[in-house]
Ligand binder design. Structure first.
Ligand code: RP5
Length: 178
């Protein structure tokens, strides 16, 4: 059963949204990953929301560029949480999609993430955090992932500090020989 739906406005959005699927996979979350457009296929969008919601979908992630109304159109049809990922798909660099996604009228919120791949990843993390409210196993997995982030930063810090110490030692040796 898919707990999360990932909708994109166009197949041209797929590359930017693959990282979202990767995070969901890494957390063992079942999801649907598909294309549907607020403007070009409004009936398909409406039918997908109804079908997936009836099948147990808990969170909708919607990514689109340009006049990005997909997340808003989905939010109009469900009271499940809707997360929006604005994509930079026009000469306006994503500002168009950001404003279209974030500026929802009261009562129809879209939790808007960052642009492009960063937002794609965080939409998946946010969806996982929402699901984890009612899933203690997933909550434990999220905590473990956080521990992984901590250790990767610590490793990176140790590497940077070591390289810096070596460069300083080299400079000191050079300067003392002058
Ligand atoms: C939006 O328009 C899509 O989400 C995409 O980002 C952009 C361009 O779509 P295509 O013309 O490539 O289908 O609706």
């Amino acid at each position: 059963m898919a707990h999360v739906a990932v909708f994109m406005g166009s197949a041209s959005d797929e590359d930017l949204m693959k990282p979202c699927a990767e995070v969901l996979d890494s957390l063992g979350i079942d999801y649907v990953f598909t294309v549907t457009s607020a403007h070009r296929t409004p009936e398909r969008t409406e039918a997908l929301v109804s079908e997936l919601e009836a099948g147990g979908c808990q969170v909708f992630i919607c990514a689109a560029g340009m006049a990005a109304h997909l997340a808003g159109a989905v939010a109009a049809r469900t009271t499940k949480p809707v997360l929006g990922v604005p994509l930079a798909a026009s000469p306006l660099g994503g500002m168009d999609a950001l404003l279209a996604t974030v500026q929802m009228p009261p009562g129809f919120p879209v939790g808007t993430l960052a642009l492009d791949k960063a937002g794609a990843k965080n939409a998946a993390w946010m969806a996982a955090q929402i699901l984890a409210l009612a899933d203690p196993e997933l909550a434990a997995r999220l905590k473990a992932e956080r521990a992984g982030f901590l250790s990767s930063v610590e490793k990176a810090a140790a590497k940077v500090e070591k390289a810096d110490a070596e460069r300083r030692a080299e400079r000191r040796a050079k300067n003392s020989g002058k």
